[in-house]
Write a new protein. Sequence first.
Length: 204
Amino acid sequence: MRHRVAGYKLSRDHEHRRALRRNLAVALFTHGQITTTVPKAKSVQPFVEKLITAARKGDLASRRRVVAELQDRIMVKNDADTDVKRNKYGELLDGPHVVKKLFDQIAQRYTDRPGGYTRIIRLAKHRIGDGSDLCVLQLVGEEETGPQVSGQFSRRRDKANKRMEVAARLRKAKTASPAEGSAQPAEETGGPTAPEAQSTPDAG
């Protein structure tokens, strides 16, 4: 029996699981959404929700508890992030901290929301290698100001647009050809009437 055994082991020991949850939480607070596997997203979702709930309180004890979990990491969005200071060896010196953003921005967004700060959106694609189901773990309300969920890249829309362009050109050419055809019979009918008009006075 598995009494009082909760959570996902994820084929890792305790310290490795704790580091994995910390890294995923920092990435989520930094970018607003992350793409990962479904078991990892379900494992880190309660951890993130508890951190946001603690940040909503805003007291010193909650801040110390959050710092103990996240270790007050520096947010690095990409390699060319200008907000991060590095030394000549490329090592991090200073920059915006995750805990400050969590307490000042993210927690203030959910002051009137009693839980349910994140959502899991399954994607219609699998990870290359082991074929694991992928999903997006996203902060609720992030779609208005943050990145959007992007599914698997497909050429279907490009092919459909090309077919529509070709069909439009064919319709345009077809509507233009009857107008030219109607102009030619008018000239042909006008040609024979001229000699008849000239011959009638001679007969009279």
